[in-house]
Design a protein around this ligand. Structure first.
Ligand code: DX5
Ligand code: ZN
Length: 213
């Protein structure tokens, strides 16, 4: 199981150093939340910031695009240094085309669904995916509480992936902490995203290790 600390809770005054510290804490991925103020009611950062911090660490940049019309920007994020690019199923009408574009850029392809979107909506895209991201809070802000119904969705997604026979990572994002990590992993998650749980811990290594159940 992998841990992907979310930058949303980091100290943005020292963004590059924070990325390096996450790598040194032993996390496998760094989760970069990109918000446009349209798909979600919050704004975070764009490709310029991704490019600026890329030299600070070789850790996998797990880029979560919460933006409308992502096809317009995936190339910029790829060039900026994103390794894995996840878009939202609800963010555009050309999901397949966007996923194919990410693939053509040589990057890992991720697809995410919000809490109210059914798991079955993912099915047509399975052959294209390297990762599925199940949102366990409404996207937009860190520090929210885990929605309990997410556990059943994770299990349903894990079964779907198994049935497909494909090697697809199952990432979960929102309200993950040491208190529910076991439940989420037992349901089938292979990558845990955690913002506040990691960055508000005594130190980053303690925060990351506490999630390894
Ligand atoms: C929410 C973001 C998450 C968020 C998680 O829209 O996608 O990655 O930062 O933060 P926590 O772990 O604090 O819920
Ligand atoms: Zn996220």
């Amino acid at each position: 199981m992998k841990v992907s600390p979310s930058i949303l809770s980091c100290d943005f005054a020292h963004f590059g150093d924070q990325i390096r510290a996450v790598e040194e804490a032993g996390a496998e991925y760094i989760h970069i939340d990109v918000m446009d103020g349209v798909f979600v009611p919050n704004i975070s950062l764009g490709p310029v910031m991704v490019k600026a911090v890329r030299p600070y660490a070789s850790i996998v940049f797990d880029t979560h695009l919460m933006i409308v019309n992502p096809i317009k920007y995936v190339e910029e994020f790829a060039k900026a240094g994103a390794d894995l690019i996840t878009i939202h199923l609800e963010s555009c009408d050309n999901v397949e085309e966007t996923l194919l574009k990410i693939k053509s850029l040589g990057k890992k392809v991720g697809l995410s669904i919000k809490p109210k979107t059914p798991v079955s909506a993912l099915e047509p895209y399975l052959p294209l995916l390297d990762l599925i991201l199940i949102m366990s809070v409404e996207p937009g802000f860190g520090g929210q509480a885990y929605i309990p119904e997410s556990t059943a969705k994770i299990a349903e997604t894990a079964a779907l992936i198994k049935k497909s026979g494909r090697d697809i990572e199952l990432e979960v994002d929102g309200g993950i902490s040491a208190a529910n990590a076991k439940e989420v992993v037992d349901a089938g998650a292979t990558v845990l995203v955690a913002g506040s749980a990691v960055f508000k811990a005594k130190d980053l290594k303690t925060g990351v290790d506490a999630l390894r159940v």
